[in-house]
Design a protein. Structure first.
Length: 249
């Protein structure tokens, strides 16, 4: 078990509304487009990045028709927008480190709007590298602990599958892997009968910044929410450890 209290910081929030689900599908569709372009293949069996995105799509209950439509569109000559992946780094109120990963077809527009969100919420957009040293890139697999395995059993299952670490509660578990081993670990867990809630690569904080003041926590949460709701945003990572009532919806 890792010594860092990451569970409350990055535990997956379930999206329940149709609008939220549609937004997730749009984000995954962009990831598929980039995976096909970068991997020069529309076949998940020969394109490991695409295979990982497809696994993420299925974990988020994206219909197979939607997945195949996104792959075919990405593989089409001259179809779709010319998306680029960009990462922004900055600080929320209280010195909380923020990393925002976006996919955009207009770099100038996105940079201006991300800066505006930081400024509007009392944060500050920084330069590349200003906070990324506080995070590690990890493969992260969230599984439904439907079998009711205890922590030791989950740890053995994950380690046997090639994982590095596990954090769990009675309902689900987060399994950490080397990002380059994500596909292999996921395949091994799938063979072991695991049900996935999410599969992706994340920036995981090496340490957390505890925010106990409710007013400050609300300001931090507001910035995180605004960034997450921005249309071009794919992922928002932070090192805040917020009061429980601020973390849960």
């Amino acid at each position: 078990m890792s010594g860092h209290n990451k569970w409350s910081t990055i535990k997956h929030k379930k999206e329940k509304t149709d609008a939220a689900r549609g937004k997730i599908f749009t984000k995954i569709g962009r990831e598929i487009a980039i995976a096909v372009r970068e991997g020069c293949s529309a076949d998940p069996n020969t394109n490991s990045k695409l295979k990982d995105v497809v696994a993420k799509a299925k974990a988020n209950n994206m219909p197979n028709d939607n997945i195949m439509r996104s792959i075919k569109k990405a593989a089409g000559e001259g179809e779709g927008a010319n998306y680029k992946e960009v990462t922004y780094e900055g600080y929320a109120p209280g010195g909380v480190a923020i990393i925002v990963e976006v996919v955009t077809d207009n770099l100038n527009r996105t940079a201006s709007e991300i800066r505006h969100i930081f400024d509007k919420c009392g944060g500050s957009l920084g330069s590349t590298g200003c906070v990324s040293y506080k995070f590690e890139r990890k493969g992260v697999i969230e599984i439904d602990n439907e079998k009711g395995l205890d922590e030791d059993e989950l740890m053995m299952l994950a380690l046997d599958a090639g994982a590095d670490d596990v954090e769990s509660d009675e309902e689900e578990a987060i399994i950490y892997t080397d990002p380059n081993e994500l596909s292999a670990v996921r395949d091994n867990l799938e063979k072991a009968g695991c049900t996935f809630l999410n599969v992706e690569r994340r920036m995981v904080p090496t340490m957390t910044t505890q925010i106990s003041d409710p007013e400050l926590a609300a300001k931090v949460q507001k910035l995180i929410d605004w960034l997450d709701e921005y249309d071009d945003t794919q992922n928002v990572f932070h090192d805040a450890e917020l009061p429980e009532e601020e973390e849960e919806e």
